[in-house]
Design a protein around this ligand. Structure first.
Ligand code: MN
Length: 679
């Protein structure tokens, strides 16, 4: 413990020279006293954990106050120490941060009805709300989780599984969002190790094998680049980029790629002395090998949301294999590894406390944008979802702010993004100082200026001009207010009529509406993400099988099902994150195709079919193909009424020993709906 503490002090003296470490000594004394007699599952004194958390923070270059709060992070929750004592001894700052961490720890997954996906978003949201005042709280929580993951082997299998899952779903993405890639990789690899020990070992073995095989090639490549850089007088360091085990596994699982495909791509990183030398280095790479079109990404000019900056390019090697090259300066490299922490440190010397706060707030705003994204993904709202899948463009406001819009966005989308009033009264737009049509396709880098007039009102055809859900909703709202768009008819209960589908949707042939009793109705309803939970059917529109329906999370705990065209639903459902996709059992079905990547072993196919048997799926075609020595693709198609089944199939197959990955290949158009007999 002595050594650990000395390390901590040494690290702090180096990163914060001249700063008093009194607060750290004081924290150490209190924690040691408070946790006295407590031990961790490993048998170590508890305070070792506190110290390790502080050391993780210090290694990221965080200041003594944050590290002191790190040492104290568990005292409120696990010992007799009270907030007042912290306040008196350490001041408001430390006390508030420790309270924040304690608050996060108290958040728990209470609702068993909600699946992981929405749980995740809920928790991230709770977490952010609980901690929005200070990012240091999140940093400490992440450091806490990192140390817990490092020492996870001492817990029971059930605990290991739960904590690893949570780490993958919440904390690793969070570290990524904060740009702390070193924490992200480590969290993921630990979680992978505990969740899939067999597969982890397998991937590790393959990587080691591959590495030996390719070592000579890598060394030659690095030397070749170094020569090129030297000739062009670029000061830079060249490294073969290590691949993280979990990211390899993820690529295999979700992109249906083989080990070979993932590992054959050589990764090179060039770290230049100055920012401007990045572009020179890029020139050197592109003169050595042919760049693959469309693969050049300039994150220096357009940094990622988490402040990541670099140039990425992929070139074709003599051996016909692609090679990914990342180029960044030393400063950018630090930001890439340490994210917000590095960013903080850079500002520290030059700027005032207010600037630091401003920086923090900018980060939080980005986190909140991210939360909205996460929410919309979770909410399953179709339009939002489509928006999420598209790639984005970045345009400038006249004041030089950058706005993110989906590809295909028009000046009208931009106007509604600025403010709904700007959208409502938009009469024209100038892009790069030239008048353009409202249908103009905005491009990254465009400077957009909106012209407005008080007397302008939205037109009906604006609905065809915009691509963002936000603009569309606002236009429709306004059109209804001014009587340009007929309000949706007040629905009469159990009316049997062909229903109109909202504009922009692919028409789906639908079943006829039929009236059923309450029990059958309950049995037939399916809500995405929710299993076995009783739901309320809205009285206002009385949905019956055959109606197109949506689920809505209500304030009083529960879920109500409305008809999608229900006017009262459309009026009240303002929070799109609370809208869930719903459907009736047996209405419509489609063919799903799944690819399984396996190695060869006896009885493998039998085992695959065995895990599928309880799922009761109807396999319509299958093929088995050898793609590499000891590597097979097993593709099969089946008819399914819903997406849960596909998920179930993919997950079941992934767990078969010898299977490296499984993923859905494509979904064909929904086939004509057919009704199942109501039992
Ligand atoms: Mn802890």
């Amino acid at each position: 413990m002595r050594t650990l503490y000395m390390n901590l002090l040494k690290r702090l003296r180096r990163s914060s020279p001249g700063t008093s470490l009194e607060v750290v000594h004081l924290a150490m004394r209190l924690a040691e006293h408070a946790h006295y007699g407590q031990t961790r599952a490993s048998g170590e004194p508890y305070v070792m954990h506190s110290l390790n958390v502080a050391l993780i923070l210090a290694n990221l270059g965080l200041d003594p106050v944050t590290c002191a709060a790190g040492i104290l992070h568990d005292v409120l929750e696990d010992t007799e120490v009270k907030s007042e004592e912290l306040r008196a001894k350490f001041g408001e700052d430390v006390a508030r941060v420790v309270e924040g961490v304690t608050k996060i720890n108290k958040l728990s997954f209470q609702d068993d009805h909600v699946t992981m996906e929405s749980k995740q978003a809920q928790n991230i949201s709770k977490m952010l709300v609980a901690t929005a005042k200070d990012l240091r709280v999140i940093m400490i929580k992440l450091a806490d989780r990192l140390h817990n993951m490092r020492t996870l082997e001492h817990l029971t299998p059930a605990q290991r599984e739960r904590i690893s899952r949570e780490t993958l779903d919440i904390y690793a993405p969070m570290a990524h969002r904060l740009g702390i890639s070193s924490w992200k990789w480590e969290l993921e690899d630990h979680a992978f190790h505990h969740l899939e020990p067999e597969k982890y070992k397998e991937v590790a073995r393959m990587v080691a094998m591959k590495r030996r095989e390719r070592e000579a090639f890598l060394i030659e490549t690095v030397a070749q680049i170094e020569r090129g850089l030297k000739e062009s007088e670029v000061r830079a360091q060249v490294i073969g980029r290590p691949k993280h085990l979990y990211s390899i596994y993820e690529k295999m699982q979700h992109q249906g790629k083989d080990f070979e495909q993932v590992l054959d791509v050589l990764g090179i990183r060039i770290i230049t002395h100055s920012d401007s030398e990045c572009y020179n280095a890029l020139g050197v790479i592109h003169s050595l090998w042919t760049p693959i079109p469309g693969r050049l990404k300039d994150y220096i000019a357009m940094p990622k949301l988490n402040m990541y900056q670099a140039i990425h390019t992929t070139v074709m090697r003599e051996n016909g294999l692609p090679m990914e090259v990342q180029i960044r300066s030393e400063k950018m490299d630090l930001v890439a590894r340490e994210g917000i922490a590095a960013h903080w440190r850079y500002k520290e010397g030059t700027k005032t406390a207010e600037d630091k706060l401003e920086n923090q707030l900018a980060w939080l705003r980005k986190m909140n944008d991210w939360l909205k994204d996460a929410g919309s993904q979770d909410g399953m709202m179709d339009t939002m979802r489509q928006e999420f899948k598209l790639s984005f463009i970045y345009v400038f406001t006249p004041k030089g702010q950058v706005k993110e819009l989906p590809q295909g966005a028009t000046p009208l989308d931009f106007a509604y993004m600025v403010h709904s009033h700007v959208g409502q009264h938009c009469i024209g737009a100038r892009v790069n100082n030239r008048m353009v049509s409202l249908r103009y396709n905005l491009q990254t880098g465009d400077m957009v200026e909106i012209l407005t007039s008080k007397n302008q009102e939205p037109h009906r055809d604006w609905l065809d001009v915009v691509v963002t859900g936000r603009a569309r909703t606002r236009i429709r709202q306004r059109l209804r207010e001014i009587g340009e768009l007929a309000p949706i008819e007040e629905p009469k209960p159990v009316e049997v009529k062909p229903r109109a589908h909202p504009p922009g949707r692919v028409p789906v042939k639908h079943a006829e509406v039929r009236e059923v009793d309450e029990a059958t109705r309950q049995k037939l309803i399916r809500i995405e993400g929710i299993k076995g939970m009783s739901v309320q059917f809205a009285k206002c529109c009385n949905p019956m099988p055959g109606h197109r329906v949506v689920g809505y999370v209500t304030k009083s705990p529960g879920l109500s099902v409305h008809r999608e065209d229900c006017i009262s639903f459309q009026r009240t459902a303002k929070d799109t994150r609370r809208i869930l996709t719903a459907a009736w059992e047996g209405e419509g079905s489609f063919t799903a195709k799944v690819r399984v990547i396996t190695r060869h072993r006896p009885n493998l196919l039998a085992d695959v079919t065995n895990v599928l048997r309880p799922l009761n799926i109807d396999i319509t075609s299958a093929s088995f193909e050898k793609t590499a020595p000891d590597r097979y693709h097993f593709d099969f198609s089946f008819v399914t009424p819903d997406h849960h089944t596909i998920e179930g199939v993919v997950n079941a197959v992934r767990n078969v020993p010898g299977v490296f990955g499984a993923s859905q290949l494509d979904v064909k158009e929904r086939q004509g709906a057919h009704m199942k007999d109501a039992g």
